[in-house]
Design a binder for this molecule. Structure first.
Ligand SMILES: Cc1cc2nc3c(=O)[nH]c(=O)nc-3n(C[C@H](O)[C@H](O)[C@H](O)COP(=O)(O)OP(=O)(O)OC[C@H]3O[C@@H](n4cnc5c(N)ncnc54)[C@H](O)[C@@H]3O)c2cc1C
Length: 437
């Protein structure tokens, strides 16, 4: 599963490698020339975003493309609320672009360090029973395909169902057009709750709140729930200020979690007692702010992560199986994160064709590697038994044989890949494993 050795290292420290060459194109034509040259000599090209994937999906055995030269706004269609961004734009740069237009992204994940192209290429998502992942907000892309041809794929083009979540297998995205929504505020209500009540009430809470998620503290009956409600943009901000929330999160969550994880990593037998203390320390708070400021937070503690998408109705059962597994075999300091998404129709979306529950498990980055891998493999077995689909950017051991079973449109995606990248200019070992050689 990891590590892969070399000199470029991802955020989680699970992958590092040395690319043969690195290029930073300033124009799309420059990039297209590079892809054409690679195709002629039988080489490979692979863009890297912010390196926040845990899997080796971004490994570039040949030429690594740094997209920091392709950032910012490329076009705005105010009437249709559409904004076209250069593909290397980071998510944290987008609110400043959208706010003056009175627009926002419909939904976001936990952090905003990723590039828009990297985020959509692995199916990055947030939470919300009526909302899809970030790729579902895409209504057009421009990419350089494996022959060096620049393709524009619009909202009615059936290839968009592949290209909006393409694993980097179809081409180098150069522009992404977002279907935005009117700017909105969010009221966040956080608080402690009993684990069994939260497991059983998952479907009801998902239906009740726009964006619902929770964290369960292993070895305890405690959870922290987050119930977020969308409000008009002019709703005044209230509750602790962003600075106060940052200090709370940084000092009381990130730093405390980091310190406790470090102790638990050295002395695993104290983890259950530590989790009891942490779970008891969770308190209620309510605050309102601009949507992106509520969705996104800081992740100061390094970890390794596996996340599976399962049918939303299976969440309580799967969580109980994971609880029983942990009680039998493992000492886990990191809370387990549970989220949701609406069904969509993208070929390789983890939520394709079914209302989805996401369960993410983590290990501290300094935890013993063998013990972390064993934990992930044990949890993965439970997920597989429920037809789970792993996040493309988070650790897993599945291959093309499995994906053909759990993705009804898998072969359609392969057919698009055959047209877009017949010579496999964008191949790497990860794509070979998950899509087949
Ligand atoms: C702390 C942390 C928090 C996270 N939170 C969430 C979360 O809340 N929800 C969630 O779903 N995921 C989450 N993730 C996972 C993360 O969103 C994904 O792994 C995402 O792909 C990372 O984006 P990136 O820009 O770092 O891309 P990278 O990891 O650098 O690359 C990912 C893939 O995109 C490809 N790619 C990059 N640019 C292009 C391009 N221009 N054209 C074509 N392909 C391209 C790469 O080749 C690679 O295949 C989190 C990860 C971390 C480390």
């Amino acid at each position: 599963m990891f590590p892969v050795t070399g000199t470029w290292t991802n955020w989680g420290g699970t992958v590092s490698y040395t690319p043969a060459a690195v290029i930073t194109p300033r124009t799309v034509d420059e990039l297209a020339d590079e892809v054409r040259r690679a195709a002629e000599r039988g080489g490979t090209v692979k863009p890297v975003g912010a390196g926040h994937s845990f899997t080796p999906i971004a490994v570039a055995p040949g030429v690594q493309v740094n997209l920091s030269g392709l950032r910012g706004v490329r076009g705005v269609d105010v009437d249709r609320k559409r904004v076209t961004l250069a593909a290397g734009t980071h998510l944290h740069e987008i609110p400043a672009i959208l706010e003056p237009l009175g627009l926002a992204m419909e939904n976001l994940g936990d952090i905003d360090r990723q590039t828009i192209a990297g985020a959509v290429s692995t199916g990055t998502h947030g939470t919300g029973g009526r909302f899809g992942g970030i790729s579902t907000q895409i209504c057009g892309v421009q990419l350089v395909d494996g022959t060096g041809t620049i393709r524009d794929i619009g909202p009615d083009d059936p290839d968009l169902k592949a290209a909006a979540l393409g694993l980097g297998a179809l081409g180098v995205l150069t522009e992404v057009t977002l279907q935005c929504v009117d700017a909105f505020a969010v009221r966040a209500a956080e608080g402690p709750a009993d684990a069994d009540e939260v497991f059983d009430g998952f479907a009801d809470r998902v239906a009740e709140f726009d964006h619902y998620e929770f964290y369960w503290f292993p070895h305890t009956s405690r959870t922290l729930t987050k119930s977020n409600t969308r409000l008009p943009a002019d709703t005044p901000a209230d509750g602790p200020s962003p600075l106060r929330r940052y200090i709370d999160d940084e000092l009381l969550a990130n730093r405390t979690l980091g310190a406790l994880s470090a102790v638990g990593s050295r002395i695993p037998r104290i983890v259950p007692a530590v989790n009891q203390v942490v779970g008891r320390a969770v308190s209620a708070r309510t605050y309102t702010d601009r949507s992106d400021k509520i969705f996104v937070s800081d992740r100061g503690v390094r970890f390794r992560e596996m996340e599976y998408a399962i049918g939303a109705a299976d969440v309580p059962d799967v969580l109980r199986q994971i609880r029983s597994l942990i009680d039998r075999k493992h000492r886990i300091s990191f809370p387990i994160e549970v989220r949701t998404a609406a069904a969509d129709d993208l070929m390789l979306s983890t939520a394709t064709g079914r209302a989805t529950g996401y369960i993410a498990v983590h290990r501290f980055h300094r935890d013993d590697l063998a013990s972390s891998q064993e934990y992930f493999r044990d949890v993965e077995e439970i997920m597989i038994a429920h037809g789970g689909r792993p996040h493309w950017g988070k650790l897993h051991t599945r291959d093309a044989v499995y994906f053909r079973e759990v993705y009804p449109r898998f072969d359609e995606f392969l057919a698009v890949r055959e047209r877009f990248d017949p010579q496999r200019v964008f191949a790497n070992p990860y794509l070979e494993a998950v899509l087949g050689a």
